[in-house]
Design a protein around this ligand. Structure first.
Ligand code: HEM
Length: 223
C-alpha cells in the first residue's frame, strides 16, 4: 500500500533522486564520534538547528493565545500558562529553548573558529553566520519584552538605553525600536512584529544560504 502510494507520487514528481541525495550523503570520518570522540563538537550546528525548529513550532502555538497589546499581553500569557492545556509546556519549551539555542549557537561558533572552518573557501558562510548570530540575539531581545511584566519592561528599558548611547546612530536606533520617546504601546507592537515576522523571515533566508553553502562546499577537513 505504502509502496504503491510512493510509486504514484514518484512517477509524477521524481522524488527518489532528491531524497537519495540527502539519505546517501556520506559523513567524513573526522566528524564521526564513533571514530574520534572529540568529533562530537561537530554536533553543535545540528543541535542549534534542532532547537531553532522547536522555537519556531512552539512560537507558532504561543501566537494562538498571545495578545500583543499593553492591556492584554500579560493576562494572555498568564492565561496560556495557567489555564490552557499544555500551555505551560509549550511556553516552557519556548522560554528555556531561547537560552539553550544561544548556548548551542555559541558552542557551534567556537567549533567553527577553533577548527579554522571559517578559512577559504568558507569566509562567506562565516559572514552569513555572523548575521545569523545578530538575528538570534535580536530574537532573544525582542521576545523578552512580550510578556509585558516588570522584569521584561525594565530589562528592555536598559537595553534600549544602551542602544541610545551608541554615538551618532544611537537615537535613531532607539526611535526605530520604541516607535516614540517612551517605551510603551508602540514599542510592544513593534517588538511583536519584529519578533514574529521580520527576524524569523530573515533567519529562514540566512539559514537557507548557510545550508546551501555547507552542502556545496562540504564540511571542512580534519585539523
Ligand atoms: C541558528 C544558528 C546556526 C545554525 C542552525 C547553524 C547550523 C550549521 C550546521 C548544521 C553546520 C554543519 C556543520 C556543523 O554542524 O558543525 C554549520 C556549519 C558552519 N557554520 Fe553554522 N549554524 C548557525 C550559526 C552559525 C554562526 C553564528 C556561525 C559563525 C559566526 C556559523 C558558521 C558556520 C561555518 C563557517 C560552517 C562551515 C563549517 C565547516 O565546514 O566545518 N554558523 N552550521
Amino acid at each position: 500500500m505504502m509502496q504503491k502510494m510512493y510509486d504514484w507520487v514518484d512517477e509524477r514528481l521524481n522524488i527518489t533522486p532528491m531524497w537519495r541525495d540527502l539519505a546517501d550523503h556520506e559523513v567524513p570520518e573526522h566528524v564521526n564520534p564513533a571514530h574520534h570522540f572529540s568529533a562530537f563538537v561537530y554536533c553543535f550546528g545540528g543541535l542549534t538547528f534542532f532547537i531553532t525548529v522547536i522555537q519556531i513550532l512552539s512560537g507558532m502555538f504561543l501566537t494562538m493565545y498571545y495578545v500583543p497589546d499593553v492591556i492584554n499581553a500579560y493576562e494572555s500569557v498568564k492565561y496560556l500558562q495557567n489555564e490552557v492545556a499544555f500551555g505551560v509546556i509549550v511556553r516552557g519549551m519556548h522560554h528555556w529553548g531561547a537560552s539553550l539555542v544561544i548556548v548551542m549557537m555559541f558552542l557551534h561558533t567556537l567549533r567553527v573558529f577553533f577548527t579554522g572552518a571559517y578559512k577559504k573557501p568558507r569566509e562567506l558562510n562565516w559572514v552569513v553566520g555572523v548575521l545569523i548570530f545578530f538575528v538570534m540575539l535580536g530574537l532573544g531581545f525582542t521576545g523578552y519584552l512580550l510578556p509585558w511584566d516588570n522584569t521584561a519592561y525594565f530589562a528592555t528599558k536598559v537595553g534600549v538605553q544602551i542602544a541610545d548611547s551608541v554615538p551618532f546612530i544611537g537615537p535613531y536606533v532607539k526611535t526605530l525600536l520604541t516607535g516614540g520617546d517612551i517605551l510603551g504601546a508602540q514599542t510592544l507592537t513593534r517588538f511583536f512584529a519584529i519578533h514574529v515576522f521580520f527576524l524569523p523571515g530573515a533567519l529562514l533566508g540566512l539559514l537557507g544560504a548557510h545550508f546551501v553553502m555547507i552542502r556545496s562546499q562540504g564540511i571542512s577537513g580534519p585539523l
